[in-house]
Design a protein around this ligand. Structure first.
Ligand code: AOF
Ligand code: ZN
Length: 378
């Protein structure tokens, strides 16, 4: 690693502290260095609060002639709903001599204009340092800006012999304590958590985060073509807002509780001759509700459908190292996506998969790793 890359790596690490707090904004970290010494560090801490650069400048006090390492191109505009003053003039005014940037901001109001303004002020700018790492920090933000949809992660747990449940979907406790706390931490950073009707029927899930002080409270989502809803479910008890997506030709049933909304999306033909809604419509609707990260906890059928449709960004598979369910159990979804990260959780192994083997592990996976290593070294 070059010296520039080392300081940028610090900024990346720092930026991840914002996960769950800054969305729909991107995570950003900033390190200020003079004479090869760090004189200030900061990150974007929560939505609507100061950006990484002013936080690092405040930490440094005097940043004249320093180099600023920023994971994202500094912002440079006002208006359009912007909550804080732009960072580019702040860096210029502070007298930094050089700015090293991880990746360009895909926000069309920035998109290279921040770099241009810095150069026009006579500051040396280097861009693309640790670009792939910095890009993982803005993955969900980029999807939001460019594709107007949330980032989608699928997560399931399977036994050592590749089963996700017992006979006819009977629920089985598969993962150990460490895997469970990783899942609850992850749930607490997502904006929506979805299951299909089979999971609603078989598992009666709560879809809430049971970790310490979760930064976000997710909308609970049920994906249901049939709209066959059991009358008594934990999701119908008072709790976070709950949305059931179905298609416009599904049976006319009433919402099971006042916090549960049924959304009827345009129906399409499915391959088996029935009707179904499109996952693209679900993602657009969730986007309009401000969802940046969607976690799907699917059964094998829903997982296979979503993987086939190609609207999934990440898969998390927890595989038990101890438990066998046996031949009669429900077979886990087939997954031929390359593994981009692996983590030993004692009773289970967590692997992260992406469609493209060149992809980097997600910020959530990095945070799972810190949780796991922190816990085991305690
Ligand atoms: C930066 N540093 O730390 C972040 C940036 O509404 P605001 O004022 O928070 O601005 C949000 C936009 O600023 C966001 O859409 C993205 O383009 C950029 N995020 N930029 O220089 C930061 N979080
Ligand atoms: Zn900014």
């Amino acid at each position: 690693m070059t010296r520039d890359e080392q300081f940028m790596a610090m900024a990346v690490e720092r930026a991840t502290l914002g996960r769950g707090h800054v969305e729909p904004n991107p995570m950003v970290g900033c390190v200020l260095v003079r004479d090869d010494t760090v004189i200030g560090i900061g990150h974007h801490e929560r939505y609507g609060s100061p950006h990484a650069e002013p936080n690092a400048l405040a930490d440094a006090g005097d940043a004249r002639n320093a180099t600023a390492y920023v994971t994202l191109e500094p912002c440079c505009y006002t208006g359009h709903g912007k909550q804080t003053p732009p960072c580019t003039p702040r860096l210029i005014k502070a007298g930094v001599r050089r700015v090293v940037i991880g990746c360009v901001d895909p926000n069309p109001h920035v998109a290279g204009n921040g770099i241009r303004q810095l150069r026009e002020a006579g500051i040396e700018v280097v861009s693309g340092v640790l670009e792939a790492e910095c890009d993982t920090l803005i993955r969900a933000f980029r999807l939001r800006v460019k594709e107007r949809r949330p980032m989608v992660a699928l997560k399931w747990a399977e036994s050592r012999d590749g089963r996700v449940a017992g006979r006819q979907g009977r629920p089985v406790r598969i993962t150990g304590d460490l895997a469970n706390s990783v899942v609850h931490e992850l749930r607490g950073r997502c904006d929506a958590i979805a299951v299909g009707t089979n999971t609603l029927v078989n598992d009666d899930p709560q879809l809430t985060a049971r970790g310490d002080n979760p930064p976000r409270r997710a909308i609970r989502v049920v994906l249901s073509n049939s709209l066959k809803l059991p009358p008594e479910r934990r999701l119908w008890q008072p709790g976070p807002p709950t949305v059931i997506y179905t298609h416009d030709q599904a049976p006319d049933v009433e919402s099971p509780a006042s916090h549960v909304e049924i959304i009827r999306l345009p129906s399409q033909d499915n391959t088996r001759g029935g009707r179904r809604f499109g996952m693209g419509d679900v993602l657009s609707d969730l986007f309009k509700r401000g969802v940046t990260h969607l976690l799907v906890e699917p059964g094998p059928k829903l997982a296979a459908d979503l993987l086939r449709l190609g609207q999934v960004d990440r898969v998390w598979r927890f595989k038990s190292t101890r438990l066998d369910i046996g031949e009669s159990g429900l077979v886990a979804p087939e997954l031929d996506w390359p593994k981009i990260g692996e983590l030993d959780l004692g009773d289970d192994v967590l692997s992260e998969h992406a469609f493209d083997c060149e992809d980097r592990a997600s910020v959530d996976f990095r945070l799972a790793r810190s949780l796991a290593t922190g816990t085991s070294s305690r």
